[in-house]
Design a binder for this molecule. Structure first.
Ligand SMILES: CC(C)(COP(=O)(O)OP(=O)(O)OC[C@H]1O[C@@H](n2cnc3c(N)ncnc32)[C@H](O)[C@@H]1OP(=O)(O)O)[C@@H](O)C(=O)NCCC(=O)NCCS
Length: 141
């Protein structure tokens, strides 16, 4: 948090941390925001906290020049895959790498290290909305 806290989010409930998102703008692909981790405390799960954090992230990124959000997910992590798919993220593993099927999901083979196959989910942000915000900014409104 000391070094890229500006691109991380925390959800609080009655003063306690209910959930968090750690992420950053890619240094190599400037139009891409990478979600490194998202987590919700056990007592707050299935109440829409993660979905709310990810929607909030999308809104914050709309006028930033970022066009897509990416997340790599272990194919064994069914809750996380369902979460991202429910928000319109699409698995693009076959675009990025040689693939292997794991638990019915297409995963990038040996993505992080030999034997660690990961799905790669991506969501394109709405370019029409970005354009409207940019026009408003140009008018200074
Ligand atoms: C994955 C995780 C972040 C989901 O957080 P959450 O706040 O419970 O998720 P939400 O309540 O916002 O769920 C939104 C949707 O995701 C899907 N989903 C979330 N948890 C699910 C589960 N356990 N089983 C099935 N679907 C699930 C559902 O479609 C859900 O919508 P619904 O409740 O209307 O059916 C949480 O389970 C977690 O912290 N897991 C451990 C850490 C982790 O695996 N992080 C992801 C690494 S990339």
């Amino acid at each position: 948090m000391r070094h890229f806290g500006d691109s991380c989010l925390v959800a609080e409930s009655n003063g306690d941390v209910a959930g968090f998102l750690l992420g950053f703008r890619s240094q190599r692909k400037e139009d891409l925001f990478f979600v490194w981790q998202i987590g919700v405390s056990l007592s707050a799960r299935r109440q829409g906290v993660a979905a709310a954090i990810l929607r909030d992230l999308e809104q914050r990124l709309q006028s930033s020049g970022i066009k897509r959000i990416e997340c790599t997910i272990d194919p064994e992590n069914a809750p996380s895959i369902r979460l991202f798919e429910s928000l319109g993220y699409v698995n693009v593993a076959n675009r990025e790498s040689e693939t292997i099927e794991v638990k019915g999901h297409v995963a990038a083979k040996d993505f992080y290290k030999p034997g660690r196959h990961f799905t790669i989910y991506e969501k394109q942000l709405d370019s029409r909305w970005r354009r409207v915000l940019t026009d408003e900014e140009e008018r200074g409104t």
